[in-house]
Design a protein around this ligand. Sequence first.
Ligand code: NAP
Length: 325
Amino acid sequence: MDFSLSNLPTSQPSHEVTPVKLLILGSGPAGLAAGLYAARADLSPVVLTGMEHGGQVSLTYTVENYPGFPEGIGGTALVELFQKQAEHFGAKIEYDTAAEVDLSQRPFKVRTYNTTYLADSLIITTGATSRHLDIPGEKELTGRGVSYCATCDGWFFRDKNIIIVGGGDSALEEGIFLTRYASSVTIIHRRDSLRAGAVLQARAMSNPKIKFIWNTVVTEVIGKEAVQAVRLKDLVAGQEQEHPTDGVFIFVGHTPNTQLFQGQLALDNAGYIQIDTLMRTSVPGVYAAGEAADPHFRQVITSAGMGASAAIQVNHYLDELAVPN
Ligand code: NAP
């Protein structure tokens, strides 16, 4: 299975129209679990991969907390299994991305690069994207020492000194992973206690390559062709100083990928799709699952569970509408 963007079509939209009973937007754990359940309910679901085939977990080196894999499993390997299982029961995976949606009436219209889908029901699992710090030098030096993906870029930092920004599970998990390559990993956190879970905290604290700088934020990334240093601000003492580094990995949370639905679905203040306990959005027939609709848990297992729940609900919804199978 090729998880690269080269699978995505680049052609201009055509006028082809494709009617479907269920269209699933997104191919992370939520989308693929929804695809599996919907396929087994004979709904012939079409899953659009979106730009990030496999979702964020496919960029994770190892997943240790998905039940059934006591030794852990690679993130890409796990979603490959999800996809294989969904396809085995008839889910159709399309390497395509929604560019525009019209949820004002059924069938819902979803225009992609290849076609326009007319969908009797929709499950939105568009996930979330890494948040940026929005500080000087960050954008300019992205790909030249600034990174949001340890699995993608860690290899480039062999025997280098790097910093990590953030204090959550991602910061610690990716920081521990990066000690495979880097000679030192300094985690810079804006408070004096971590948000990350106890297991990761203990593992990071006992790693001889990991150091912490507390109560501190990064205010600038410095460098011309590549990162050379960051400017740090001590939030307690108020002092600023330059800190030399070869790389800056930023793990400060995520923003839900829901811009496409603004003005059409109820979103909360942070942009997450509002759903009820049955995964229903504000538009009947449109369901949402995974990180696009979950500001709280954001785990592979919870996203997969939400995707399965959404597919079960779509089945009831279509039954009630008496759309023939
Ligand atoms: P997160 O839990 O939201 O943590 C973000 C971290 O970045 C927090 O420590 C936050 O500081 C800090 N931060 C936010 N904005 C910042 C800014 N502008 N400047 C400096 N620091 C900033 O995000 P995450 O670590 O990506 O985790 C997301 C979700 O995925 C969580 O639910 C997590 O449990 C889950 N996850 C789980 C695992 C695992 O179980 N192995 C691995 C990865 C992710 P504060 O603490 O002060 O708010």
